[in-house]
Design a protein around this ligand. Structure first.
Ligand code: SF4
Length: 255
């Protein structure tokens, strides 16, 4: 079967305030009925994998039901979350519909997490989730991290922390001033490509995680078909977002 993948930014709302964030802002959520129309359009198009993201995807009204419908139709659901709403009850409710949960963490330092805008409790929260998942769930665990000026010198701590868990993959993004807040705060968060590559080398050497994946700006070009919270279908070409339709009414061409 040909893999057909979509990244669906189901909401632009978020309960963290990362100052390097390049998500689209201020797009109103669709209703659950409208999101179901999009989901059935994707199912009919033969989509095999959906990455559910945001903003914080778990804030979307009706997300649990969408995950259930998607899973029941054979789609692999990959949820990206900052973990703030992922208590044990919520994990028990949704993990059966998920192929993987991607948790976002950039640093084990509470001070740095506060500076980044993730909040002082972020590390402890992620640790609690990972400790629960380790013994109570078969869902694949993935990690997303952003390497930026604040985190580049303390990667050893994050490597050591993550080595305690059975992590399926770790995707490390270079800070990318693609849009919105990330553009405003570009000077504060930028790192050089050499610094970034050094960290990737270090991670590959010291981490127990087998699937290490790096991402820089050029990797985002035309690689992802995004569906935004209002249904708009977007690809990025030469650093510019291009609207190619709306998933409520148009076919999502993903071949
Ligand atoms: S990076 Fe993710 S968690 Fe942080 S503000 Fe942006 S969408 Fe929210």
């Amino acid at each position: 079967m040909i893999k057909k993948e979509i990244c669906w930014n189901v909401t632009t709302r978020c309960n963290q305030a990362c100052r390097y964030c390049h998500r689209f802002l201020s797009i109103a959520d669709l209703s659950i009925e409208e999101n179901k129309i999009i989901l059935y359009n994707l199912i009919n198009e033969g989509v095999t994998d959906i990455t559910w993201t945001g903003g914080e995807a778990l804030l979307l009204n009706g997300i649990d039901e969408l995950l259930e419908i998607s899973s029941n139709n054979g789609i692999k659901n990959k949820l990206i979350t900052n973990g703030k709403l992922l208590n044990i009850d919520r994990i028990k409710k949704i993990d059966k519909y998920l192929d993987s949960i991607t948790l976002s963490i950039d640093s084990t330092s509470s001070l740095i997490n506060e500076k980044l805008g993730r909040g002082i409790d972020h590390y402890n929260n992620i640790k609690e989730i990972l400790n629960y998942l380790k013994f109570n769930s078969d869902v694949k665990i993935r990690i997303n991290s952003v390497i930026c000026s604040y985190t580049k010198n303390e990667y050893n701590n994050l490597i050591t922390f993550l080595n305690n868990y059975n992590i399926y993959s770790w995707r490390l993004f270079k800070f990318m001033p693609l849009r919105e807040r990330a553009v405003t705060n570009k000077d504060e968060f930028s790192i050089s490509i050499d610094d970034y590559n050094d960290i990737i080398k270090k991670v590959k050497l010291k981490s127990k995680i087998i699937n290490i994946d790096s991402r820089i700006e050029s990797d985002m070009e035309e690689k992802y078909i995004l569906i935004l919270a209002n249904g708009d279908i977007v690809i990025t070409q030469n650093g510019v977002d291009k609207n190619i339709g709306n998933a409520l009414s148009d076919k999502v061409s993903i071949n």
